[in-house]
Design a protein around this ligand. Structure first.
Ligand SMILES: [Zn+2]
Length: 289
């Protein structure tokens, strides 16, 4: 299958409703298999993806599963790889910043596109742009610290910015997107994923007031390769995200749907409709000026 890029909510809803019965049947079956032979876009080869059970969840989150034994990318990351690679390939040695550096995703991308730059949020008292020597389990890495709310790059200096499931952890996500928009060149592209639910309103779960975190609902944390305690979720995004991205200055805001069992790219398969997440990528273009 190829990505269906949708320029509106109604177009995306239409695609999803056409696919849903097939998805439910396929994912019910795939939840029960231990491995799945399929195509890994990052390795460019047929591999056997391993199915995993996410601890604490009653069902198998297939979005995070079917991990490639060779490159270590799960379905969500292979989807991101496909869409980011397509944007990079359309440009000539673009300046690309990824909001990840220590992950298998960065390693896979850097192998093919050595000019890409990665960064991580290392800690609160570090100046954005500082290079930190980070101890990993098996190696030491030089990691650039960046805070999405105060990116150290100059205005209009990057062709592409990419982040994958980072935005929900940014205390002021609007400021984060504003900063991405500022440093992207005219005509440049922001490519990102975040947990996205078909909800009428986005949900603010936590916020920062006077330097303190204020929890509005039960704190939720996601895994973070830079911190054992994980990352706090500040926002769960629903439909308002698409409008906000346009308001923040992006000319075209598209949602790319790629549901493809052959590539092990699937949904969260959440039995609760409100928690269901499709394999979606957001691609936003800054006006050419
Ligand atoms: Zn692979």
């Amino acid at each position: 299958m190829i990505t269906k890029w949708c320029g509106s909510r109604s177009e995306l809803e239409c695609c999803v409703s056409r696919l849903n019965a097939k998805r439910e049947m396929s994912e019910r079956y795939l939840s029960g298999v231990e491995e799945l032979a399929g195509y890994c876009a990052s390795c460019g080869d047929i591999v056997k993806f391993g199915n995993t059970v996410t601890p604490g969840e009653k069902w198998k989150n297939l979005r995070e599963s079917f991990i490639c034994p060779r490159c270590g990318l799960n379905g969500r990351m292979r989807h991101a790889y496909i869409e980011l690679a397509a944007v990079i390939e359309s440009l000539s040695e673009p300046k690309v910043l990824l909001f990840e550096r220590v992950t298998p995703f960065f390693s896979a991308l850097e192998k093919i596109y050595p000019f890409v730059e990665g960064c991580e949020y290392v800690g609160p008292d570090i100046t954005p742009g500082t290079i930190i020597e980070q101890k990993m389990i098996d190696r030491k890495l030089r990691v650039r610290h960046e805070d999405m709310m105060a990116i150290s790059f100059p205005d209009e200096s990057l062709d592409v910015i990419f982040h994958a499931d980072v935005l929900e952890h940014v205390p002021d996500w609007i400021q984060g997107i504003r900063e991405c928009h500022r440093v992207i060149k005219p005509g440049g592209t922001l490519v990102f994923t975040c947990p996205f639910f078909f909800m009428e309103e986005s949900i603010t779960r936590a916020k920062v007031e006077n330097g303190e975190i204020v929890h509005i609902s039960e704190p939720a944390y996601h895994g973070n390769p830079m911190s054992q305690s994980g990352s706090l979720v500040y926002t769960q995004h629903g439909w308002p995200l698409l409008e906000e991205l346009e308001k923040l200055g992006f000319e075209t805001v598209e949602s790319g749907l790629l549901w493809d069992p052959w590539q092990g790219i699937l949904s969260t398969n959440n039995p609760c409709v409100e928690g269901q997440m499709w394999p979606l990528m957001f691609r936003c273009r800054k006006p050419a000026g």
